[in-house]
Ligand binder design. Structure first.
Ligand SMILES: NC(=O)C1=CN([C@@H]2O[C@H](COP(=O)(O)OP(=O)(O)OC[C@H]3O[C@@H](n4cnc5c(N)ncnc54)[C@H](O)[C@@H]3O)[C@@H](O)[C@H]2O)C=CC1
Ligand SMILES: O=C(O)[C@@H]1CCC=N1
Length: 265
């Protein structure tokens, strides 16, 4: 049974595809996807090359804008036949509600959202904030759409979106980088490539699953590994030094948040 309303998805790259896969698994109603290249798409959903190929009688409950930020401006005016009667959910990095209202019109219901790629597995994390035109029904609908692919945090202030983006939107990249680096160090220390890869990947996967299922704080899970005066503690002492991971992560998050702010318009 379909429990996700029909959507119009604009752009089906890394993020659009991740969300679409999540929604299809949860029973997406017949929807249209605007994408210039062939994609694997189960019936009854349809891919079209351009918005001009969408039937006028198609009534999406939500439009999801998932092109690159610089690609969005030219396509938004073409969405007018549908955008006034739908909630328009932008996942564009950086682009703020002021910019989005300038493109769609300030009388249009717009949600600025920042998901992440684990949405593909229903394990996403999306931060969201709507403009004043979004009514309670549209907010519930957006919440249901985003909850179908993971957790949702409705922000009180749009100012928080830059840091939310830097932590959760970009965050999967840091975790994959950790897996990359663990493998690289393993190889540098003499392990075979296959062994280093297996150890690094399964450790990241298993730790994330444990964190997901445990009620304990991440700090407690960490302390359960680092036996006092044992082996792990030596490594944790290196990493937790203010000048090591705390400073590096703080600088990294600030750099990403600054870039998000730069991309506001
Ligand atoms: N990749 C990620 O992890 C995340 C990305 N985002 C945001 O999602 C958006 C998309 O990012 P990605 O998926 O990584 O980029 P991408 O380049 O993989 O996907 C964008 C897609 O939009 C398509 N497109 C461009 N113009 C179009 C048009 N006029 N009509 C139809 N399709 C068109 C492109 O062909 C491309 O497939 C960006 O604005 C980004 O900031 C947000 C959260 C996380
Ligand atoms: O890096 C980017 O610009 C996008 C937004 C967050 C994740 N990817």
């Amino acid at each position: 049974m379909s429990n996700i309303p029909p959507i119009l998805l604009i752009g089906c790259g890394h993020m659009g595809k991740a969300m679409l896969k999540g929604w299809i698994q949860k029973g997406l109603s017949p929807s249209f996807i605007v994408h210039r290249h062939e994609i694997e798409l189960p019936a009854p959903h349809k891919r079209v090359n351009s918005v001009h190929d969408i039937p006028q009688d198609f009534k999406p409950a939500a439009i999801i804008l998932a092109t690159k930020p610089h690609q969005a401006q030219e396509i938004i005016p073409d969405l007018a036949p549908w955008s006034k009667n739908a909630v328009n959910i932008s996942v564009l990095g950086g682009r703020n509600l002021t910019w989005l209202e300038q493109q769609f019109g300030s009388d249009t219901a717009i949600v600025r959202a920042m998901p992440n790629t684990p949405s593909e597995l229903g394990l996403g994390m999306t931060s969201a904030i709507g403009n004043p035109i979004v009514n309670s029904h549209q907010k519930e609908l957006t919440d249901a759409l985003l909850r179908a692919i993971g957790e949702v945090a409705w922000l009180q202030s749009e100012q928080d979106m830059d840091v939310a983006t830097a932590i959760a939107g970009s965050g999967p990249a840091y975790i994959f980088l950790l897996a990359e680096l663990l493998q690289k160090v393993g190889e540098e220390k003499g392990l075979s490539k296959e062994l280093a890869k297996l150890l690094a990947r399964q450790t990241v996967v298993g730790s994330a699953a444990l964190l997901s299922r445990s009620k304990e704080e991440s700090e407690d899970l960490r302390k359960a590994v680092a036996t006092p005066n044992g082996i792990t503690e030596r490594a944790v002492n290196v990493l937790i030094d203010r000048k090591a991971w705390p400073d590096a992560l703080s600088k990294a998050i600030q750099a990403a948040a600054d870039r998000s702010k730069e991309m506001a318009s």
